[in-house]
Design a protein around this ligand. Structure first.
Ligand code: PHE
Length: 373
């Protein structure tokens, strides 16, 4: 500090005069009050509280005053600056609150507005049933085997021991694929069941063999409530040493338990398939009435038509002629096979009364079975 400052007359330092300080303070307070948003407040703070603001500059002058005059000037400027600082703080709090309020209002979501919703897709119920059954057998160690939908007649019929004149080959059941000249004789059909995959599996895989084959099948059926020319089956095949019908029953029971819940009995009755011997049709106890409708005095049951049993699958021990056709020694190996309709299983399990619901593609039907994508 210079020696001359001792003679300094504070009254002559204009910026420190009470009037000047009051003017600067009032100008600052006015600017702060006038700031209508945080940006304007920032500008006012720079102008009135920043490094070059009149009160800041005045403050800096205090040091140049003679010691006797410093206290009073300091008090005056300090009070003014304190007022300005507090005004800035208050205005800032108020403007921040205003801003937050504005954002909240602008970003308000009206949950009562009608929504423009795109419906989610749903996996087809056939796929759900097919996957569920496939999983049951995969969990027991079966592998998934697939085959073509356009199949050689040999796989679809001959290798499965269908004689050449078997009625199932006839035009009314089988969709034949036209030859190159548009005529018959291509030797190809749209597969009428998933059983040709048995042949493909036996010809290409190592023994012992445990496969499950879900897939699409075709027949010349008219489309009505219970028939569709395109449908799905799932096939199981096991070839191993020492397999008996007891193993087949166990496999079928596992499928019924998984699909319909445990505790339903199954029943085998003699049937005929060229590729299994002996063959059986499998029924399960009705999962709705549990057989009650068929007992004396039981209430009628719509699901099993009061039979107490529902047919669900065809099955049997693999015919030794089929094993031979696939180069497997029937004296050493035996096998069992079963096949069932996916749509039929779906309809039984979920009370679907019209198979056409499964092919019309209305998502409202699929959605009812769960919103899995
Ligand atoms: N493939 C037979 C059908 O479509 C079902 C079946 C499969 C029967 C396997 C026995 C063994 O009717």
């Amino acid at each position: 500090m210079s020696a001359g400052s001792t003679q300094y007359d504070p009254v002559e330092v204009a910026v420190l005069s009470p009037d000047e300080v009051a003017r600067a303070r009032d100008a600052a307070l006015a600017a702060i009050a006038a700031a209508s948003d945080l940006d304007e407040l920032k500008a006012a703070r720079l102008a009135h509280f920043g490094d070059r603001a009149p009160l800041t500059l005045a403050n800096a002058e205090i040091g140049a005053l003679p010691p006797a005059a410093r206290a009073e000037a300091g008090k005056r400027v300090g009070a003014a600056r304190g007022q300005v600082r507090r005004a800035i703080e208050e205005r800032e709090t108020a403007l921040e609150a205003e801003r937050d309020e504005r954002i909240l209002t602008a970003e308000t979501v009206d949950v009562t507005l009608p929504a423009d919703r795109v419906p989610r897709g749903a996996r087809h119920p056939d796929t759900l049933v097919s996957d569920r059954l496939t999983d049951v057998f995969v969990a027991m160690g079966y592998e998934v085997a697939e085959g073509p939908e356009v199949e050689a007649e040999w796989y679809n019929f001959d290798a499965l021991n269908f004689p050449p004149d078997h009625p199932a080959r006839a035009m009314q059941d089988t969709l034949f694929v036209a030859g190159p000249d548009g005529g018959e004789g291509s030797g190809m059909v749209l597969r009428t069941h998933t059983s040709p995959v048995q042949i493909r599996a036996m010809l290409t895989r190592q023994l012992p063999l445990y496969v499950v084959s879900p897939g699409k099948c075709f027949r010349t059926d008219e489309l009505d409530a219970t028939h569709s020319p395109v449908f799905h089956q799932i096939e199981g095949l096991a070839v191993d040493e020492g397999l008996t019908m007891a193993d087949l029953r166990g496999a079928v029971q596992a499928f019924v338990d998984a699909m319909f819940g445990e505790g339903l009995r199954t029943r085998f009755r003699p049937d005929f398939f060229p590729f299994t011997e002996p063959s059986a049709d499998v029924s399960m106890e009705c999962h709705v009435c549990r057989g009650g409708s068929a007992r004396p005095g039981g209430d009628p049951c719509r699901v099993c038509k009061s039979q107490g049993w529902i047919e669900i699958a065809g099955c049997g021990m693999v015919n030794p002629r089929v094993l031979v056709a696939c180069g497997i020694d029937p004296d050493r190996y035996s096998g069992f096979a079963f096949g069932l309709g996916i749509e039929r299983t779906l309809m039984i399990a979920h009370g679907v009364t019209d198979i056409r619901d499964t092919i019309e593609g209305d998502v409202r039907f699929s959605a009812a079975f769960g919103m899995e994508i």
